[in-house]
Design a protein around this ligand. Structure first.
Ligand code: SAT
Ligand code: MN
Length: 590
């Protein structure tokens, strides 16, 4: 690789800033060689071959999974580490109660000591990348420096990386600096630091997902949310899906859910056979950058070029598109293996695991065969439902915004906010039961406003104010909804079948936006009556439907009180408008 490195002399017009930064990192980290990523297929093939040779990647059954590989992370490095993730702003108030904070000079000093000499014997990879279509004015660029070839392989799939991005950086004159080293993968020496005021990221000691693929959560959400406030747009943890109705109209929705709550499945939704004439097109599955357009609508791009999706549960019934997509040219992380070298995970009805995600003989007593947060990395272009408009430089116009959480009770299947301001409160009120995507206890309810709790790069109080300001700039704002696919009955049974059937709820929203569907007004917003939903071919009893659509006033009083307590933590930074909205809900509750 060291020789390949020399082939790409940094472009003559390469911004001095990139060259100077790479030089200063080289002096600090002392790598054996430097490799400038070009983004070619040949480069990805060569890197893959090296990792196969070093035993860090394993080729999967070439007949049934052509071009697919398995990577096993360190067993203590399998998810994001929110307790080790910091926002380092000069003033702690700017990071807010929603973030861990360290003073920036102190953070830099701490990280400098960790990075000092850490790449001796290693190659330093320079990955110039563009978040968003290369020709989109809404796209923003970054450069990640890493010593992990696994990170490079992922970034080559997840972003537009290489020479073209470097050219765009030279043209833009700006980029986000992301410095990453796996260090010794020691959880005691692991930190993910963000410096929004400097548009910089420093990540040490983890090689996994959101901790290490710096274009994703670190740049496209934490730093971008800050950039977005400076520049007048929104960086959100949202999928973007286009729905074509039997009338032939296509509308786009952007939907926020916490990690591992089914964003990828919803983005790739397959309409049920009983709803003929509908089609779904994926624009993005995780992150949306939303810009007010000259026409008064909100326009969205997906900054990413691939999917880093949860594997367990993926099967032909839950997500046929993903199931087909990951049968070739896919990088699997932490799945199990069958005797004939096929990847295996919980939720598959065929095959049998013999080797678990840690490479040990599979023993059910030791836990699941695939890690619950095992992932696939696949190019978006391989998705059968990839939208023909996913790469439009202007993005796609958003008709509705949807917030969703994983709640056993309280939140009904769906409700509609009265207006933008109420919608911002609905987003700010989002709460969800935790999943395996982050280290920590699974299944406890926590507040996760806009599904951005782990990802907002500044004080939530300022962020909600920014949301209100954006709404004020939109002559034709999207309507805002809240959904809960995860409501359960008293016995703990899920009430709603989910997956493709979710289209019935989305179709109601789009009909509402077109002024075609009815609703009933409740204290918390508007809900569909059973008659307002298209239920043809759906096997859900009237009792269960009633359960899904009830608003329990006593539970909601408690919810409102919890919200008031939660919002109170933001003190003077909290926009008064949100409290006024909360008061108005409380007044309406019977
Ligand atoms: O590890 S990632 O942050 O990329 C995945 C997720 O938590 O959504
Ligand atoms: Mn996510």
């Amino acid at each position: 690789m060291a020789t390949a490195a020399r082939q790409l002399t940094p472009l003559p017009q390469l911004s001095r800033a990139v060259a100077d930064w790479v030089n200063s990192v080289r002096e600090l980290t002392q790598p054996r060689a430097i490799h400038w990523c070009q983004g070619s297929d040949a480069e990805a093939r060569e890197l893959t071959a090296q990792l196969l040779q070093r035993g860090e990647l394993k080729a999967l059954d070439a007949e049934r999974f052509p071009g697919c590989h398995l990577y096993r992370s360190a067993p203590n490095d399998v998810a994001r580490v929110e307790h080790l993730t910091y926002i380092c702003t000069r003033s702690q108030e700017d990071a807010g109660p929603n973030n861990h904070w360290i003073e920036p000079q102190q953070a830099h000093a701490k990280m400098r000591e960790l990075f000092r000499g850490c790449m001796r014997e290693r190659t330093l990879y320079v990955i110039p990348y563009c978040m968003g279509p290369l020709d989109s004015p809404l796209a923003r660029c970054g450069v990640e420096i890493t010593d992990s070839p696994y990170v490079v392989l992922n970034m080559l799939i997840m972003t537009r990386a290489g020479r073209a991005a470097l050219e765009r950086i030279a043209h833009d004159g700006a980029f986000v600096r992301g410095l990453h080293s796996i260090g010794e993968l020691d959880p005691e020496r692991r930190f993910i630091m963000h410096f929004p005021e400097e548009h910089a990221i420093e990540s040490f000691g983890s090689g996994y997902g959101g901790n290490a693929l710096l274009g994703k959560k670190c740049h496209a959400l934490r730093i971008a949310s800050w950039q977005a406030r400076e520049e007048g747009w929104l960086a959100e943890h949202m999928l973007i899906v286009g729905l074509e109705s039997p009338r032939g109209e296509t509308h786009y929705l952007a939907c926020a859910f916490p990690s591992a709550c089914g964003k990828t499945n919803l983005a790739m939704l397959i309409p049920p056979a009983s709803l003929p004439g509908w089609r779904a097109y994926t624009v993005g599955d995780d992150i949306a950058w939303l810009h007010p357009g000259a026409d008064g609508r909100l326009w969205a791009i997906n900054p990413e070029a691939g999917y880093f999706g949860v594997v367990p549960g993926t099967n032909p019934e839950t997500n046929r598109n993903a199931y087909e997509m990951i049968r070739r040219d896919t990088l699997f992380t932490n799945v199990a293996l069958t005797a004939d070298n096929q990847p295996w995970w919980e939720g598959l009805s065929t095959g049998r695991p013999v080797i678990d995600w840690q490479g040990r003989p599979y023993d059910p007593a030791k836990g699941p065969a695939a890690h619950p947060n095992s992932r696939f990395t696949a190019s978006a272009r391989r998705n059968p439902s990839y939208s023909p408009h996913a790469e439009d430089p202007a993005g796609v116009p958003i008709t509705a915004l949807v917030f969703g959480g994983r709640r056993r009770e309280v939140a009904p299947l769906v409700y509609e906010a009265r207006d933008w301001r109420h919608g911002v409160l609905v987003g700010a009120s989002l709460a969800s039961e935790t999943t395996a995507a982050a280290v920590g206890q699974v299944g406890v309810t926590r507040r996760d406003p806009m599904a951005m709790q782990p990802f907002c790069g500044y004080n939530f109080g300022d962020y909600w104010r920014h949301w209100l300001d954006i709404g004020a700039r939109l002559a034709r704002p999207p309507r805002i909804y809240h959904v809960n696919w995860f409501r359960r009955d008293a016995q703990g049974q899920l009430l709603w079948p989910g997956y493709g059937e979710n289209l019935r709820v989305l179709a109601w929203m789009l009909d509402r936006c077109a002024g075609r569907a009815g609703a009933t007004e409740a204290a918390i917003g508007c809900l569909p009556r059973t008659a307002d939903l298209e239920l043809r071919g759906l096997d859900v009893s009237a009792d269960r439907l009633a359960g899904l659509l009830t608003v329990d006033a006593a539970l909601w009083r408690k919810e409102v009180a919890e919200m008031r307590e939660y919002l109170g933590r933001y003190g003077s930074r909290l926009p008064a408008a949100l409290l006024a909205e909360l008061d108005s809900i409380e007044r309406r509750l019977p």
